[in-house]
Design a protein around this ligand. Structure first.
Ligand SMILES: [Zn+2]
Ligand SMILES: [Zn+2]
Length: 145
């Protein structure tokens, strides 16, 4: 299964190039690494997780640099901070959605909130963050046992 991976890499590279061009960023290996973490992935990563992933292949990359890159990417709308009280994570900036935070394991899941009817007063609201708190199915199962 080498071919599909290569294809993915090409797409990532092309996307990264276009992004840097639009944003006026110089293409650096550091930015490329951070970009790759979030590329089309529906994941929520905290700083520790980000550093853990990066250090597997690039232990030389320092947290300050990564932090700066994350801020740059956020300003350019590539990623966004996950708006859940008490949680600091980043995610790929797809369409707006809500989050479900498990109070047992701390896992965050995406929730499609497009079907939620908003009252008229919010018709022009440009920023909405919705968080649901509770216990995820995995933890619920453990509790029942
Ligand atoms: Zn859980
Ligand atoms: Zn999310």
């Amino acid at each position: 299964m080498i071919a599909p991976m290569r294809k993915n890499d090409d797409r990532l590279e092309a996307s990264f190039s276009a992004f840097c061009r639009d944003a006026g960023f110089r293409k650096t290996i550091q930015r490329r690494i951070v970009y790759g973490l979030f590329y089309e992935a529906r994941i929520h990563l905290g700083m520790e997780e980000i550093m853990a992933k990066i250090s597997l292949k690039h232990p030389e990359l320092r947290q300050e640099s990564v932090y700066r890159i994350l801020n740059d990417f956020e300003r350019r709308g590539y990623i966004r901070k996950v708006e859940v009280p008490g949680v600091k994570k980043y995610e790929y900036a797809t369409e707006r959605h809500g989050h479900f935070l498990c109070s047992k394991c701390g896992r965050i899941s995406d929730v499609d909130t497009s079907g939620i009817h908003l009252p008229d007063i919010l018709a022009d609201a440009c920023d909405v963050s919705i968080t649901f708190n509770g216990i995820c199915p995995v933890c619920a199962k453990k509790i029942k046992k």
